[in-house]
Design a protein around this ligand. Structure first.
Ligand code: BGC
Ligand code: CA
Length: 161
């Protein structure tokens, strides 16, 4: 009986710890926030322009995602695949300040890690393409016109409490 009590105590402690950890990222009904290496990522279910995606991330205490490593890109690409949704997603890279010079909007720093698709960025057919997307099929990046309406990914640090 005493063992049984100990077991119940440990089990409930585990459940409490599990939920305490799970809440390092915001909770949402649609479970859109995911945690990876001390950051939280929001995968939108609605579509909008790049500027309005940026503002929407900022309203949530986050920013359009900056992708700083291959591991991070793989995490994001895998998530997109698990949604089984074919639309591409906006990321935070833009060259709207200086044509041909892409930066991460949140820090205005030049891209370090890069994962452009073959031939990108290309200002396709001479049309201004000053914002970047990540492609759901292969996880590669492409420059697109900023007024295209699509889903987007936000990022913020995990909460420290
Ligand atoms: C996209 C361009 C891209 C091109 C690649 C087009 O549909 O709008 O951004 O560079 O495909 O072939
Ligand atoms: Ca392009």
């Amino acid at each position: 009986m005493e063992n049984c009590f100990k077991f119940a105590l440990v089990a409930s402690l585990c459940i409490v710890i599990h939920f305490a950890q799970a809440s390092r990222c915001p909770l949402s009904e649609q479970d859109q926030w995911k945690e990876f290496r001390n950051s939280c990522y929001f995968f939108s279910e609605t579509s909008t322009t790049w500027q309005s995606a940026k503002e929407s991330c900022e309203e949530n205490g986050s920013h359009l995602v900056d992708i700083l490593s291959r591991g991070e890109n793989e995490f994001i690409h895998q998530r997109l695949n698990t949604y089984r949704y074919s639309e591409d997603y906006y990321i935070g890279a833009t060259d709207r300040q200086h044509e041909g010079y892409f930066v991460w909007e949140s820090t205005r720093s030049a891209l370090g890690y890069k994962n452009w698709n073959v031939g990108e960025p290309n200002q396709h057919l001479g049309t201004p393409e000053n914002c970047a997307e990540i492609k759901t099929d292969n996880g590669k990046w492409n420059d697109v016109p900023c007024d295209i309406v699509m889903r987007f990914i936000c990022k913020r640090p995990v909460s420290r409490e």
